[in-house]
Design a protein around this ligand. Structure first.
Ligand code: GAR
Length: 203
């Protein structure tokens, strides 16, 4: 079993999709061992507790700088012997110092078809506001490996979603989650966990 940590900052609907996928056996090569939040009030923490998953809170504000925050994060992940890190609505950019420690072992879900509407400043609802302002007819979600370039790592899975007349950013966000994010994130987690498991077993 690949030991997985899910990093969150907010509502945690993607975390919920992962928990449900694990229950249903869609994720079977990995196990969610830890949920880490940089926001003490994240509802995602409640979801983890309800599912009996260990949680850790690392409040960004309490650390002098990014490197101290990341040092605490590394310590937390190492203590739990985490092998795969999943960013599921984690609203903090990680530095190269962190990402280079975990090459092809961090994955992220982003609510657009990368390379559209991604990179610095494109997160959460802003992504959907930008897609609607541009007038694209199709958007979607992407799961990718995380490297030092925000939203720039290798793409694992993508799924498109139609934009409809009269869409608001909130309506579109929900459709992208339901039709794309909650489906491709669990599938990508299983794909990567399975690969990691095979490598460990020397297959
Ligand atoms: C999701 O739409 C996720 O793709 C997005 O934030 C939302 C979090 O929702 N992430 C980013 O924009 C990262 N750049 P959730 O907490 O309910 O999973």
């Amino acid at each position: 079993m690949t030991k997985i940590a899910v990093l969150v900052s907010g509502g945690g609907t993607n975390l919920q999709a992962l928990i449900d996928a694990q229950k249903k056996g869609i994720i079977k090569s990995g196990e969610i061992a830890l949920v880490v939040s940089n926001n003490p009030n994240a509802y995602a923490l409640e979801r983890a507790k309800k599912a009996g998953i260990a949680t850790a809170v690392i409040p960004g504000k309490e650390y002098k700088d990014q490197s101290e925050f990341e040092a605490k994060l590394v310590e937390t992940l190492e203590t739990a012997e985490i092998e795969l890190i999943v960013l599921a609505g984690f609203m903090r950019i990680l530095s190269e110092n962190f990402t280079s420690r975990y090459t092809r072992r961090i994955i992220n879900v982003h609510p657009s078809l990368i390379p559209s509407f991604c990179g610095k400043g494109f997160y959460g609802l802003h992504v959907h506001e930008a897609a609607l302002a541009y007038g694209v007819k199709v958007t979607g979600a992407t799961v990718h490996f995380v490297n030092e370039i925000p939203d720039g790592g290798e793409i694992i899975l993508q799924k498109s979603v139609q934009i409809r007349k009269g869409d608001t950013p909130e309506v579109l966000q929900r459709r992208v989650m339901e039709q794309a994010e909650w489906k491709i994130l669990p599938r990508a987690v299983e794909l990567v966990s399975k690969e990691m498991k095979k490598k460990k077993e020397g297959k």
